[in-house]
Structure formats: structure tokens, C-alpha cells
Design a protein around this ligand. Structure first.
Ligand SMILES: NC(=O)c1ccc[n+]([C@@H]2O[C@H](COP(=O)([O-])OP(=O)(O)OC[C@H]3O[C@@H](n4cnc5c(N)ncnc54)[C@H](O)[C@@H]3O)[C@@H](O)[C@H]2O)c1
Length: 345
């Protein structure tokens, strides 16, 4: 069967991740787009030759869809999911699932009540390197996992950009994408959810306790540099470090993206800056094939399969994504509350 996919939210991630992957996946067709922003809607409809493009919801839902990909900003996910449930459509929703646990729980209930599949788009899971890490852990290549260091420090597109570099090279404005992500909760709530998800998924374990620390390089309500320490129920410990202010005003861009998985008999290291991926254990050091950290094509191959079988496979379930949202949101809220408490003293 060929599934007709509707996509809601024609922004950055739809353009470089979801739409190319849907178009390249056997058994999926991109049928219709929805976006309240006409400019974004028309741009992506034209770029990907999508036959139907709507800025009104009813026309989108009445266009003959089999499933929906939600690529809107996180605050819009809940209403998008409620609307999909009302129209009987299964969903692949971008991360983070929701803004908080209350919203996430409501989304799960509405989809369960309608007996519909709700998968969450943690595309890092489908990178061949993330899958390899899971396989190596399962094969006991490094013994029992005890420590993970998952680090992503970057500038979140940078604080400023030039809207018209040719005509006004000295005119800079604040980048709304970075502000949007900071207003939604900052780096742990946004990208950090990928790392929290990987830590749980790789080790097939739950987080029993977590504590966060943070600093404010820039002045938003949410911290822009956050560390979250998590204890797993299998005795492992994960440190997730996330920054959105790593050179956010510097002329030259820089980022760190690292996975270190340390076990009782060896370790796995992944470093995006050096395209480096290796396993070290008592037998030696093995250079592994490097791939980027995201894989939308793999995610859509899995979504196609789940539409057929009703099974999620390696796609992230909504309850797992809800737990990730809970941890990331609390880790962020607790440092904000600490900061306010210090200010009133
Ligand atoms: N998986 C990843 O690696 C990854 C990377 C970046 C962003 N994301 C996630 O993807 C989502 C979108 O991020 P983005 O960077 O593409 O944002 P964006 O701001 O570039 O695009 C969002 C689009 O959604 C539209 N929109 C606004 N309200 C809407 C609504 N109610 N219904 C439908 N569309 C609506 C906007 O007009 C815009 O076109 C977020 O949840 C973000 O966290 C994931």
C-alpha cells in the first residue's frame, strides 16, 4: 500500500529532513502540506512539487490523507495531534513531544482513545552510529554500561543574522529561531531530549533520579547552558551537557557533539567534529564507519513499516517521549526556580 502523508509545519526541519525523506521512501507519498504561514507553505510546496497546500485546516484534513507528520514548533504539537485524532489519522510528531507532561499526557490519551498510532520523531535513533552503539551494547562489546557523556554545545543558529547581506551588510537582527527555541525552554527541552532519549534507549533502562545545573550566558528566562545528571535503574549514570550559547555571537561558528559510552570492559567514542567513531575494549581499538547524528530516511522507513504493522519498531513511543519531556522540563524548571530563589534572597 502507498500511504498519503500530510505534513503540518513547513519550516526548517520539514525542508531539510522530513520532506526529502518522505519523498524518497517507498510506500510513502507527500500528498498535502499545511502551514498558517502562506510564504513558508508556498515555498515548500513549490520546492517539493507537493500537489496540495493549505493554510486552512479543514481542507488539509479533507484532502484524503493516510497519516500526518507534525513539524510545527513544540507549542503547536498538542493542537495538531488533537486535530489528527479527530480526523482518525496516525501521527509521527517531531520532538519534543510536548511543552510539558500535562500536554503530553493529553496527547497520548486522545490518540489512545481514537486507537491511533503516535510515534515521536527522535531521528538520532536511526543514525547508523546510534544503531551501532545499541548493537555493541547488546553484544556486550564494552561490558556493562556505567557512564555516558552526551554533549552538544552549539550556537542554535547564532544570536544575530543579516536579513539582507547584499544590500545591508551591517544590518543585524536577532534570529527568531534561536529566540523561539529559548522561549520554549532552551537547550535541554529542545535538542537535549534527543540525548536523554538515547541514554534510555541505548541502555534499555529508566531514569530513577536526575539533577541539573546551569548557567546563563545570554539573558533569557531559560538557561542556555545546562548539565543534567541522570541515574539509571541499571546503575549507569549519564551526563548530558547542552548549550545554545557556544559562540552564539562569535564571527566564526564552532560546536561540540560527542557521545562517550563507558562500560566495565571498554568504551565507545563518537565525535562529530572529527567524523570519528571508535570502539575500544580488551581486544583492541576499532575504527567504526562514521555517519552523521541524524537519519530522517531511516526514521521514515520505520514509520512506513509501523503504518503497515501497527508496531513501532525502533520509533520512539509517546510514553517514552513523555518521560523524556518530563525529565528535560523538570531539569530546566528546577534551575530556573533556583535562580529566582537566589535573586530574592
Ligand atoms: N529532529 C531534529 O533534529 C530537529 C531539528 C530542528 C527542529 N526540530 C523540531 O522540529 C519542529 C519544528 O522546528 P523548525 O526548526 O522546523 O521550526 P520553524 O520555525 O523553522 O518551522 C515551523 C513551521 O511551523 C509553522 N507553524 C506555526 N504554527 C503552526 C501550527 N499551529 N500548525 C502547523 N504549522 C505551524 C510555522 O509557520 C513554520 O513554517 C520543532 O518541534 C523542533 O524542536 C527537530
Amino acid at each position: 500500500m502507498n500511504y498519503k502523508i500530510g505534513l503540518m509545519g513547513c519550516g526548517v526541519i520539514a525542508s531539510y529532513g522530513h520532506l526529502p525523506a518522505i519523498m524518497d521512501t517507498d510506500g510513502l507519498t507527500i500528498h498535502a502540506l499545511y502551514d498558517p504561514n502562506e510564504q513558508n507553505l508556498r515555498r515548500e510546496a513549490h520546492r517539493f512539487s507537493v500537489p496540495h497546500a493549505y493554510s486552512d485546516l479543514e481542507s488539509f484534513f479533507n484532502s484524503g490523507l493516510d497519516a500526518v507528520a507534525i513539524c510545527s514548533p513544540a507549542p503547536a504539537h498538542i493542537q495538531n495531534v488533537i486535530d489528527c485524532a479527530a480526523h482518525g489519522l496516525p501521527v509521527l510528531c517531531e520532538k519534543p513531544l510536548a511543552m510539558d507532561e500535562v500536554e503530553g499526557q493529553q496527547m497520548i490519551e486522545v490518540m489512545e482513545d481514537a486507537n491511533l498510532l503516535l510515534a515521536v520523531g527522535f531521528c538520532y535513533r536511526f543514525s547508523p552510529c546510534a544503531l551501532k552503539i545499541k548493537e555493541l551494547i547488546n553484544q556486550d562489546a564494552i561490558g556493562e554500561v556505567r557512564t555516558m557523556r552526551l554533549i552538544y554545545n552549539w550556537d542554535c543558529h547564532g544570536k544575530y543574522y543579516r536579513p539582507d547581506p547584499l544590500n545591508q551588510p551591517d544590518f543585524w537582527v536577532e534570529d527568531p529561531r534561536r529566540r523561539g527555541r529559548m522561549d520554549e525552554g532552551g537547550p535541554m527541552v529542545d535538542c537535549g531530549t534527543h540525548q536523554i532519549d538515547l541514554a534510555r534507549w541505548w541502555t534499555n533502562s529508566n531514569i530513577t533520579r536526575f539533577q541539573s545545573h546551569a548557567s546563563w550566558v545570554d539573558e533569557y528566562e531559560a538557561p542556555d547552558h545546562v548539565w543534567c545528571h541522570m541515574d539509571h535503574d541499571n546503575g549507569a549514570h549519564t551526563m548530558v551537557e547542552m548549550s545554545y550559547s557556544f559562540g552564539h555571537t562569535t564571527k566564526d561558528r564552532i560546536s561540540h557533539f560527542i557521545y562517550e559510552v563507558i562500560g566495565t570492559r571498554g568504551m565507545i567514542r563518537y565525535d562529530r567534529n572529527f567524523s570519528h567513531f571508535e570502539l575500544r575494549n580488551e581486544h583492541g581499538t576499532y575504527q567504526l564507519e562514521y555517519h552523521g547524528e541524524k537519519n530522517f530516511h531511516g526514521m521514515y522507513a520505520a514509520f512506513r513499516q509501523s503504518l503497515k504493522t501497527g508496531e513501532l519498531g525502533e520509533l520512539c513511543s509517546a510514553p517514552d517521549a513523555l518521560e523524556v519531556t518530563r525529565i528535560a522540563r523538570h531539569a530546566t524548571d528546577e534551575v530556573i526556580a533556583d535562580r529566582h530563589a537566589l535573586e530574592v534572597r
